[in-house]
Design a protein around this ligand. Structure first.
Ligand SMILES: Cc1ncc(C[n+]2csc(CCOP(=O)(O)OP(=O)(O)O)c2C)c(N)n1
Ligand SMILES: [Mg+2]
Length: 281
C-alpha cells in the first residue's frame, strides 16, 4: 500500500483500461484534492449501483472525496447499502461479517502500524446505522473504550435499507416502514452523544445537504484518529426507497432535517482541539 502499487509499470501502461489511466492521471491519489474540487478531478467513485436519489451513495462519494490520503487509507465496511458502492471503488476496502467492523478495523490498524511503522495508514469504518447502532453496537463502543485510533463514519438512512426496510436503532419514533408496519416504538438512539462519553476525541453530526461540512468533519476525524484517538462522524443520508419520498427530494429532506432534529454539531476534547490548531492548517 504505497503509491507504487497504483502506479502502472511503464511497459503495461497502454494495456490498462482508460478508466484506470484516468484515475492515475486525474484522480485524487497523488495531488491533494478535496471535496471543494469535486467535479474537477476523476473521482474514486464514478458510478454507483444504488437506487436513484440514494443518500448513502452521495454520502460515500463525499467521504471518498474528503479522504486526506486515499492511497494510504483502508476502508472497512459491513453488509448494507454502503457496501455495494464502496466495494466497487478504487480504494483499499475490506468487508466484515455484519456488525464486526470496529473489531476488524482495530486489528487492521494495529497490524498496519507494525507492518508500516514509517507510514501513516488511515483505517476508516464506513457503515450503515443498523451496522453501528444495532448489531455492531457492542463492538463499536468497545473500540472507542479501548481508544483504537480509527475513524467510524455512520451513513444514517434511518432504516435497514439493504434488507428491505426493517427498523433500526436510528429510525425515528413512530416511523412506519415496510417491515415495521405499526411504526417504531422508540426514539433514535443517541449514538452521537454516546460517542463523546465513550472515548471518542471527536464527534460530528452532519447531513449530505452540507457537503463542505461533510468534507471538513471527515478530514478532521481522520487526522485526529492518526494521533489522538477514536473519532466518529454521523452523516444523515436519507433513503427515498424506504422513507418513501421522490428521489429528487433527497437533499431537501436532508436540509429540512438539519433545521429540525439533525442540526450540525461538532464536539472535541481539549487535546483534539490543540492538535487541530497545531497541525491542520
Ligand atoms: C450476521 C448478519 N445478520 C444480518 C444480516 C443481514 N443484513 C444485511 S444488511 C442488514 C441491514 C443493514 O442496515 P444498515 O446497516 O442500516 O445499512 P443500509 O443497508 O441501510 O445502508 C442486515 C440486517 C447479515 N448480513 N449478517
Ligand atoms: Mg441504514
Amino acid at each position: 500500500m504505497s503509491n507504487r502499487i497504483i502506479t502502472p509499470v511503464a511497459e503495461f501502461e497502454d494495456l490498462l483500461p482508460d478508466d484506470y489511466k484516468d484515475l492515475i492521471n486525474n484522480g485524487p491519489f497523488f495531488e491533494k484534492k478535496s471535496i471543494e474540487d469535486l467535479g474537477s478531478f476523476k473521482e474514486i467513485i464514478d458510478d454507483h449501483p444504488h437506487c436513484a436519489g440514494c443518500g448513502v451513495a452521495l454520502g460515500i462519494r463525499l467521504v471518498a472525496a474528503a479522504l486526506p490520503s486515499p492511497e494510504d487509507t483502508l476502508i472497512v465496511g459491513t453488509p448494507g447499502c454502503s457496501f455495494f458502492g464502496l466495494s466497487q471503488t478504487a480504494l483499499n476496502y475490506s468487508t466484515t461479517a455484519f456488525g464486526n467492523q470496529n473489531a476488524v478495523a482495530s486489528g487492521l490498524k494495529r497490524m498496519l502500524k507494525i507492518r508500516y511503522p514509517e507510514r501513516t495508514k488511515d483505517v476508516v469504518v464506513v457503515v450503515g446505522d443498523g451496522g453501528i447502532a444495532d448489531i455492531g453496537l457492542d463492538l463499536t463502543l468497545h473500540s472507542w473504550f479501548r481508544g483504537e485510533k480509527i475513524s467510524t463514519i455512520m451513513v444514517d438512512n434511518e432504516v435497514y435499507g439493504n434488507t428491505g426496510g426493517q427498523e433500526s436503532g436510528m429510525s425515528r419514533q413512530g416511523k412506519v416502514l415496510n417491515m415495521a408496519p405499526n411504526g417504531k416504538l422508540f426514539p433514535k438512539l443517541p449514538i452521537f452523544d454516546m460517542a463523546k462519553i465513550s472515548g471518542c476525541v471527536y464527534a460530528a453530526r452532519v447531513t449530505v445537504a452540507s457537503p463542505a461540512k461533510v468534507g471538513m468533519t471527515v478530514r478532521k476525524a481522520i487526522f485526529l484518529a492518526r494521533e489522538v484517538g477514536p473519532t466518529y462522524v454521523q452523516i444523515y443520508t436519507p433513503c427515498p426507497t424506504n422513507l418513501k419520498f421522490p428521489p429528487n427530494q433527497t437533499l431537501n429532506i436532508a436540509k429540512e432535517a438539519e433545521k429540525d432534529y439533525y442540526s450540525y454539531e461538532e464536539l472535541m476534547t481539549p487535546e483534539a482541539k490543540d492538535y487541530l490548531e497545531n497541525n491542520l492548517k
